[in-house]
Design a protein around this ligand. Structure first.
Ligand SMILES: [Zn+2]
Length: 659
């Protein structure tokens, strides 16, 4: 048990922004800090940290809390473990009773998985440093590779003995649960050790906890796999892990570059040589989760390849995924027969670093040059190659960058620029079409799920803001989208809160404040009734008339009067900020937040308008035949996309909930 005093000390000391900053790159945004959420996949940040309030909140997935909750969530650990984690981080001595005693039930939980892996790591290290076998096989192997003892310690390297069940016996004697040993893959079903006579590489998560192991064989038998890894478990998902990210994340952020290599030993050699922004993916190709993990720290990736052609081909396929994430990818090809490990040893750190700088080639050009060499003059192969290159170029979102690639690649390939442009447009259009279909499908699924979860299936109206799409039967393939919900929301705030004082000093009202913000949108309002109310308000504000909410309930036009009355009688009928959550009649209007409420209603409408314009532009792109026109449309699309993310960012920082 950790004493209450200690818990309070940790809670009082651990600054939420400091704690989170180790896992998420945070940027200042007004009084808050924002970054890409570690709990759900997103391309624009909605993960917000308030240093003043010492809490975080993600406006994308809803996760939020204090520093302890962040660690619990991020590391999948229990409350006491999170307290211990932070105590260690802040060098706080915990008052703890019964430290040794581990609750038997706890042994089955994740915490105990980490404890067991820690035990195993120490065991493998001890084998290597103390046992005769470990010293002569394991230690001498690492020494031969040139690893210093400090390096071995840093990466927790060790050795697993030849004897069939020595580890399992030792662990069971130390009262570790045999089931957990099996789950973690340290012990086989028949109670033998899983790792036998192998050099051991622990795999750490972002906070340095051991979540799995890789074992390298000493056998020269070709049938024995060179490396075996722990199976996936509750704490180890290999698609989400990058080897050495724990050690490299600081250096990556500092260098604003991530170097990706293939092998564990490459990583370790480079780190030992002082090049520490280096990681490895355990598999051959990168996953989208791994790319997003890198993107938390930098947008620049440099990939190092050994000279062999098969490896390059396999890896190149995964790189389009990185381009899609708006990241910059460079490749470096090592001289024939060399890997990063061997080449660094051969030429030394300085020459190696210079080599990386000089030889780094932009991925698109690298790919183009490589394919040109491969294809030669075969016209059929050449056509296929152009398609392949164009596909990669189309993944680059930035229009300027993309047109540059097209120009340069046209030269390299000796084809007309217009042809590449046409092909690239085709590819982009295909992407837009596919993404749209996927989105529509996902939205529908989500709505159904939300209704099912709420238990209101069939009882509630369609979710506002999401299900406003109706089929226009005169044009069967066109979706008519209206923003009635968002438009009504602005009127709602206005007729309920318009006369409140927004700024004490300037004596301005909410209505005046809102007019400033929605004036530019007025012509975009679809609903004529709302539009007339909003226009009248502009006129009043411009004329300097004092705004009264009773003005509209006493209006001469009946429909205006009715609407204002409806909205005043039932002011709570509005959606959550994201328009996704199911709204309840009992939900209280956050009167204390009326300013934010007002601004948000406008932002929400802006978001809808931009979304809708984006869809329109996409439609035009899909229907356009002329390549120059398509380029112009793509430029427009880029501008709207940026505006949309800007609005979303603002929505993320000024929402009227918990902050
Ligand atoms: Zn999130």
């Amino acid at each position: 048990m950790i004493s209450q005093n200690s818990i309070e000390e940790v809670l009082g000391t651990a600054k939420v922004d400091e704690v989170i900053d180790e896992f998420v790159s945070l940027k200042q945004r007004g009084v808050n800090k924002i970054g890409l959420c570690p709990f759900h996949n997103e391309k624009t940040p909605s993960f917000t940290v308030s240093p003043a309030k010492n809490i975080y909140k993600c406006f994308g997935c809803g996760k939020g809390g204090n520093s302890v909750q962040f660690i619990m969530e991020h590391e999948s650990i229990s409350f006491p473990e999170a307290i211990r984690f932070l105590a260690k981080r802040y060098q706080i001595e915990l008052e703890e009773t019964n430290v040794e005693e581990i609750d038997p039930e706890e042994k089955l939980k994740k915490d105990s998985f980490y404890i067991i892996n820690d035990f195993a790591k120490a065991y493998f290290q001890k084998n290597m440093m103390e046992s005769q076998e470990g010293k002569s096989v394991g230690l001498s192997y690492f020494k031969e590779r040139g690893y210093r003892e400090a390096t071995m310690k840093k990466f927790g390297l060790g050795y697993s003995l030849k004897k069939g069940d020595h580890f399992t016996q030792t662990a069971v004697e130390a009262k570790y649960n045999i089931e957990s040993l099996r789950t973690l893959g340290l012990t086989s079903k028949s109670d033998f050790d899983f790792f036998r006579s192998r050099a051991m590489f622990p795999i750490h998560n972002l906070s340095g906890k051991v979540i799995a192991f890789a074992g390298r064989t000493f056998s020269t038998d070709k049938k024995t796999p060179k490396y075996i890894n722990s199976p996936e478990s509750e704490i180890y998902n290999k698609r989400k892990i990058l080897y050495a990210m724990y050690h490299a994340k600081g250096p990556i952020r500092k260098a604003q570059e991530c170097i990706l290599v293939e092998g564990y030993t490459d990583v370790i050699t480079l780190h030992q040589g002082g090049i520490e922004n280096v990681i490895a993916a355990s598999g051959t190709s990168l996953t989208i989760d791994q790319i997003r993990l890198i993107k938390r720290y930098t947008e620049n990736v440099k990939i190092l390849f050994d000279g062999d052609a098969a490896g390059i081909k396999a890896a190149m396929r995964g790189i389009d995924l990185i381009l899609e994430q708006d990241m910059n990818v460079q490749l470096v090809l090592l001289p024939d027969g060399e890997d990063p490990d061997s080449y660094l040893k051969k030429v030394g750190v300085d020459a190696f670093s210079t080599f990386l700088k000089d030889q780094a080639e932009d991925f698109i050009f690298f790919k183009t040059n490589r394919l040109i060499d491969e294809v030669g003059n075969d016209p059929i192969k050449k056509t296929r190659m152009i398609k392949d290159i164009v596909d990669s170029i189309s993944k680059v979102r930035d229009t300027l960058k993309r047109s540059l690639y097209i120009k340069e690649c046209a030269k390299l390939l000796d084809v007309d620029e217009q042809i590449l442009l046409g092909e690239s447009n085709k590819s982009i259009r295909a992407d837009i079409k596919q993404k749209r279909l996927k989105e529509e499908y996902a939205t529908r699924q989500q709505q159904r799920q939300q209704q099912r979860d709420s238990g209101f299936e069939g009882l509630v109206e369609p979710i506002p803001g999401d299900q406003e799409e109706q089929r226009d039967h005169s044009q069967p393939n066109k979706l008519v989208i209206n923003d009635d919900y968002q438009e009504r929301d602005i009127v709602r705030v206005l007729v309920n809160l318009g006369d409140k004082i927004y700024d004490e000093e300037q004596k301005t009202t909410v209505a005046e404040y809102m007019v400033i913000n929605y004036r530019e949108l007025i012509e975009m309002i679809d609903n004529q009734l709302y539009k007339s109310i909003l226009k009248e308000t502009i006129e009043q504000v411009d004329a300097g008339t004092e705004f009264k909410t009773s003005y509209f309930t006493n209006h001469s036009k009946e429909e205006v009067r009715m609407l204002a009355t409806d909205l005043q009688m039932d002011p709570y009928h509005y959606s959550d900020w994201d328009g996704k959550s199911l709204y309840l009649q009992t939900q209280k209007m956050p009167d204390e937040n009326f300013i934010k409420d007002g601004l948000n209603s406008i932002l929400r409408l802006k978001e809808r308008k931009f979304q809708r314009t984006l869809k329109k532009v996409d439609d035009m792109i899909l229907g356009e035949k002329d390549d120059t026109q398509i380029i112009n449309l793509l430029k427009t699309r880029e501008v709207i996309r940026k505006q949309l993310s800007e609005v979303r960012l603002q929505l993320g920082t000024v929402v009227p909930v918990s902050f």
